[in-house]
Design a protein around this ligand. Structure first.
Ligand SMILES: [Zn+2]
Length: 253
């Protein structure tokens, strides 16, 4: 697999070779540009596992999937989503933002009480999170785990990077916390979707065994389509299972 360390070593070797052979400077410039493109691609594509390991699907061939909700808990939508999941008797994983758990500890506690998994999605989910130092990222992760523990008595073992962006600082921080990074392989794009029907059609098209779906419990459209989505999954012969069952990794530390 192409990782940050391996590709950096390869580029250094290539530049050395170019210099030793005496190739024109522009060849080296092209190599550096391709390398920079690769760094950007690796940071925005969590499934590339370029900077750090991340589980983005289950290995099953069976028609089993897991669903996840990021960025909550928020009273406007998380409660309605929990209601729909309870009616359909379906488990989900909620990657919560620490500052929202701090604000709405009862909702975080309800997630766990209803049998769902709770994971860590940073404390601030700040737009500049990916520019933070590794120490600051680690502090955010630990602070969020403390808040989740205070609200639910569970210490999350799963982490999902804000915006799904990864980089060397985050890799170092997550490694120190010992948490498992969880990505997805079906992105609902519910944060930009405007049309419920189109959103559902996209999901039906992409549904496949072992999938981990990414939703947000901060969007009205997500809460609105969820009952129909849960019914439709069943009608298509799929079962939504707890994420730890799908990926075979412990949920709590
Ligand atoms: Zn997020």
């Amino acid at each position: 697999m192409l990782t940050f360390k391996r590709s950096s070593a390869l580029v250094l070797l290539a530049l050395l070779a170019i210099w030793l052979i005496g190739l024109p400077v522009w060849v080296g410039v092209v190599v550096i540009f391709v390398y920079i493109g690769g760094l950007v691609w690796g940071s925005i594509r969590i499934s590339s596992q370029f900077y750090m390991p991340a589980i983005c699907s289950g290995k099953t061939e069976g028609r089993q999937i897991a669903i996840s909700f990021d960025d909550g808990p928020l009273p406007e939508y998380t409660a309605a989503i929990l209601d729909s999941l309870a009616v359909a008797n379906v488990p989900a994983c909620f990657f919560c933002i620490g500052k929202r758990v701090e604000q709405y500890p009862d909702l975080a506690s309800r997630i766990v009480e209803q049998g769902h998994t709770i994971g860590n999605h940073s404390y601030s989910h700040h737009a500049l999170f990916d520019l933070y130092s590794s120490a600051r990222m680690k502090e955010e992760l630990e602070q969020t785990n403390r808040l989740i523990y205070a609200a639910t008595k569970s210490k999350p073992a799963y982490f999902r990077p804000p915006y799904g962006v990864t980089n060397p600082n985050l890799a170092k921080a997550v490694k120190k916390t010992g948490m498992t990074t969880i990505g997805w392989n079906i992105r609902s794009l519910d944060t930009v979707a405007k049309d419920e029907k189109k959103l559902l059609e996209k999901l039906w098209k992409e549904l496949r065994p072992g999938a981990i779906l990414l939703f947000h419990d901060t969007m009205a459209i997500t809460a609105a389509i969820l009952p129909e989505f849960l019914q439709g999954v069943r009608a298509r012969g799929y079962e939504i299972v707890p994420i730890d069952q799908l990926i075979n990794e412990d949920v709590y530390a």
